[in-house]
Design a protein around this ligand. Structure first.
Ligand SMILES: Nc1ncnc2c1ncn2[C@@H]1O[C@H](COP(=O)(O)OP(=O)(O)OP(=O)(O)O)[C@@H](O)[C@H]1O
Ligand SMILES: Cc1ncc(C[n+]2csc(CCOP(=O)(O)O)c2C)c(N)n1
Ligand SMILES: [Mg+2]
Length: 316
C-alpha cells in the first residue's frame, strides 16, 4: 500500500537523501537559515464532516499544515503523513492521494515519510519548511501603532460547514458551493507568509476564529487592540448567504493569515500588495492597553468576546 500510494508523493524535492520506504527519512536542510516544523491532526467528525469528499480531505489535510508553515513565513519543503484508516479501501486512497498531491505539487512539497494504522479515521501531518537566517514570523512582535491585517476573506468556511450540514442530500450550488469549497479546499497563504517576512511585526494563521487567534497574538506581544468590525473582509458568497458577525469573528477554519505591521506609505503598501497573491485588508490597530475591543461603524467601542473553537468546550 505504501509503495503503491505514497511513494509517488515523495517526488523531487531538494534535500531528500532518503524518502518514503525506509526506517526514517534522511533530509539535507539548506546550509543557512532555520527549519520550521509544525504538526496538526484532523479527526473525522471533529475537523471535517464524515461525508467530506475524500479528494478534498487530501487537500485540506495538507493545506491546514502548510498554513502553519506560512504563518511563520516558511517555504514548505517536506511533510510526514500519519493516516489512521478504518479499512483498506483502494478507491479512498486513490482519491485522498490525488487531493494531497495536487496541493503538494503546486508548492513543490515532497512526502518523505509517515505511518499507516487501522482505527477511526484521522490524519496527522508534520510539515517542515525553511526560513532565512535569523528570520521567521512570530506571534510576539506586535507593537502599539501597528495595523492589524488579514489575507482573503473571513467566515466563509464556517458558514460553508453550516450549509454542507443543512443540505439534506441535495448538491450545493452557487454561493453555498463556494462557501463549502472554502471549507474543503483552503488555500494556504504560503506566498504571502514569505512576502511578509521583512514587513510584518507578528503573524498567526486563523484556525479557531479571528477573535481568539488575534487575542493570542496580542497576548504573546503584551499589547491590546481595537478591531474595526465593519472592516472585517467578507466574500460576496458570505454576504449573499446571510453570514453574520459572530461567524466572521468566531467561526474559525479560515486558514487566512492575520498579521501586524507598522504603517506603510502608499507606495510601500502598493509594493507589498503586488508581491502577495491574495488581497489584504486592514482590520484594526494595535494599542498598548491590553485586551481586544471592537469598534462599530458609529465609533462605539466595546470589549470583544474572544471565544473561538475550543475542543474541550464542545460535547464529545
Ligand atoms: N501535545 C503537545 N505537545 C507539545 N506541544 C504542543 C502540543 N499540543 C500543542 N503544542 C504546541 O502548542 C502551540 C499551540 O498549538 P495549537 O495546536 O493550539 O495551535 P496551532 O497549531 O497554532 O493552531 P491550529 O492547531 O489551530 O492550527 C504550538 O506551538 C504547538 O506546537
Ligand atoms: C465536522 C466539523 N465540526 C466542526 C468544525 C469546526 N472546527 C473544528 S476544529 C476547528 C479549529 C481548528 O482545529 P485545531 O485547533 O485542532 O487545529 C474548527 C473551527 C469542523 N471543521 N468540522
Ligand atoms: Mg495545532
Amino acid at each position: 500500500m505504501i509503495r503503491r500510494y505514497f511513494q509517488a508523493l515523495t517526488a523531487h524535492r531538494e534535500g531528500v537523501a532518503l524518502g518514503v520506504g525506509d526506517d526514517a527519512a534522511l533530509l539535507e536542510p539548506p546550509a543557512e537559515g532555520r527549519v520550521a516544523v509544525s504538526c496538526d491532526t484532523l479527526v473525522s467528525g471533529v475537523h471535517f464532516p464524515e461525508d467530506i469528499p475524500v479528494e478534498a480531505l487530501g487537500h485540506r489535510s495538507l493545506a491546514v499544515n502548510l498554513s502553519d508553515i506560512a504563518a511563520v513565513g516558511g517555504r514548505p519543503l517536506w511533510v510526514l503523513l500519519s493516516l489512521t484508516l478504518p479499512a483498506y479501501d483502494a478507491q479512498w486512497l486513490e482519491a485522498f492521494t490525488q487531493g494531497f498531491k495536487g496541493l503538494a505539487d503546486r508548492h513543490g512539497v515532497a512526502l518523505v515519510g509517515g505511518d499507516t494504522t487501522r482505527g477511526a479515521l484521522s490524519v496527522t501531518i508534520t510539515a517542515l519548511g525553511h526560513v532565512p537566517p535569523g528570520g521567521g514570523l512570530h506571534r510576539s512582535g506586535a507593537r502599539p501603532g501597528d495595523g492589524i491585517w488579514v489575507t482573503g476573506t473571513l467566515g466563509d468556511a464556517a458558514l460553508g460547514l453550516q450549509r454542507w450540514q443543512q443540505r439534506a442530500g441535495q448538491p450545493l450550488t452557487g454561493d453555498a458551493a463556494f462557501l463549502a469549497a472554502r471549507l474543503f479546499r483552503p488555500e494556504p497563504r504560503v506566498v504571502a507568509g514569505q512576502a511578509l517576512l521583512e514587513t510584518a511585526s507578528a503573524a498567526v494563521d486563523i484556525s479557531d476564529g479571528v477573535a481568539v487567534d488575534v487575542a493570542r497574538l496580542l497576548e504573546e506581544s503584551g499589547v491590546g487592540a481595537t478591531l474595526e468590525l465593519d472592516a472585517l473582509p467578507r466574500s460576496e458568497g458570505f454576504i449573499a448567504e446571510g453570514g453574520d458577525l459572530a461567524t466572521l469573528l468566531h467561526g474559525g477554519d479560515d486558514y487566512e493569515l492575520c498579521f501586524t505591521m507598522p504603517p506603510l506609505g502608499a507606495e510601500a503598501l502598493e509594493g507589498l500588495r503586488r508581491r502577495l497573491d491574495v488581497p489584504i485588508t486592514r482590520i484594526g490597530t494595535v494599542e498598548s492597553t491590553p485586551g481586544l475591543r471592537g469598534a462599530d461603524g458609529a465609533g462605539n467601542v466595546c470589549a470583544l468576546d474572544v471565544g473561538g473553537y475550543d475542543h474541550f468546550a464542545v460535547d464529545p
